[in-house]
Design a binder for this molecule. Structure first.
Ligand code: NAD
Length: 260
């Protein structure tokens, strides 16, 4: 079978684990050269690159904290220096509602630093990525961006204030970016994952709050958790020419959760 994305270049932020790792591997399976990034989990990102290379794909790791403008600017510049272009960007890096291991927190009890950190990574981080990715894509007159929001943006829960605010902000930001790219061959969409197994985020959340797993399962009409593969295939389709008229779209990948 012909590889869909042969000759294309894909950037995946947060590719050290979970959804980002699997999506990076699926991009490579489809023939794209993949740039995998993460901030702290360097070992995880290097493992992702190794897995891709062992399967015969092309991948590079570049370290980048998406909340730091100069790091994001040099990340995109380095992609272009190495591969000559940037076709796809999956802006997926994010931290959980608990800022990893901090307990889920009501607005009243939320420390300002937790709010700032969540918004900096989950919302400002995507803004910074799109700022530099779009510059390159507008120049090329071609590119597809997929951002990672969350079902939490449509189904808010108590205790998830900063997370929900950051992921809801992405819905509007995606639409504005789609409008700004539409006349120039640049499409921008966002996926909204439901609770996804085999991700650190979900493990942290259910590790500190085991009761959350059953509560979430009960909310999913299809009766199972999402997998990183579910997300990766949605991203592939959004990036493909089959979706060439789709931009500004907000796509839940959630087994019906947000339809309830
Ligand atoms: P994960 O924790 O396994 O992966 C998160 C990735 O983001 C890691 O590679 C981590 O190193 C990276 N990251 C964190 N902070 C960063 C920073 N400042 N700069 C660069 N990279 C950074 O969890 P995941 O579920 O695979 O998360 C991927 C995305 O999916 C996140 O945006 C998350 O909010 C979203 N999401 C996940 C679920 C779920 O149930 N797992 C549900 C809805 C949305």
């Amino acid at each position: 079978m012909k590889e869909r994305f042969s000759g294309k270049v894909a950037l995946v932020t947060g590719g050290a684990s979970g959804i980002g790792r699997v999506t990076a591997r699926v991009f490579a399976r489809e023939g794209a050269a993949v740039i995998v990034t993460t901030d702290a989990n360097v070992r995880g990102a290097e493992e992702t690159v190794d897995l891709i290379k062992k399967s015969g794909g092309e991948a590079t790791f570049i370290r980048c904290d998406v909340s730091v403008a100069r790091e994001v600017e040099s990340l995109v510049a380095e992609c272009v220096r190495r591969y000559g272009r940037l076709d796809f960007a999956f802006n997926n890096a994010g931290i959980g509602p608990d800022g990893k291991r901090v307990p889920v927190t009501s607005i009243v009890d939320m420390p300002e630093e937790l709010w700032d950190r969540t918004i900096d990574i989950n919302l400002k981080g995507v803004f910074l990525c799109m700022k530099y990715e779009m510059k390159q894509m507008l120049r090329q007159k071609y590119g597809v961006i997929v951002n990672t929001s969350s079902v939490g943006a449509l189904k808010p829960l108590p205790g998830f204030g900063a997370y929900v605010a950051s992921k809801s902000g992405l819905l509007g930001l995606t639409k504005v970016a789609a409008l700004e790219g539409a006349a120039y061959g640049v499409r921008v969409n966002t996926i909204l994952p439901g609770p996804t197994e085999r991700t650190l985020l979900f493990e942290y959340l259910t590790g500190t709050h085991p009761e959350e797993r059953e509560k979430m399962m009960a909310e999913i009409p299809m009766g199972r958790l999402a997998t990183p593969e579910d997300m990766a295939e949605a991203v592939m389709w959004l990036c493909s020419d089959e979706a060439s008229f789709i931009t500004g779209h907000v796509m839940p990948v959630d087994g019906g959760m947000t339809s309830k």
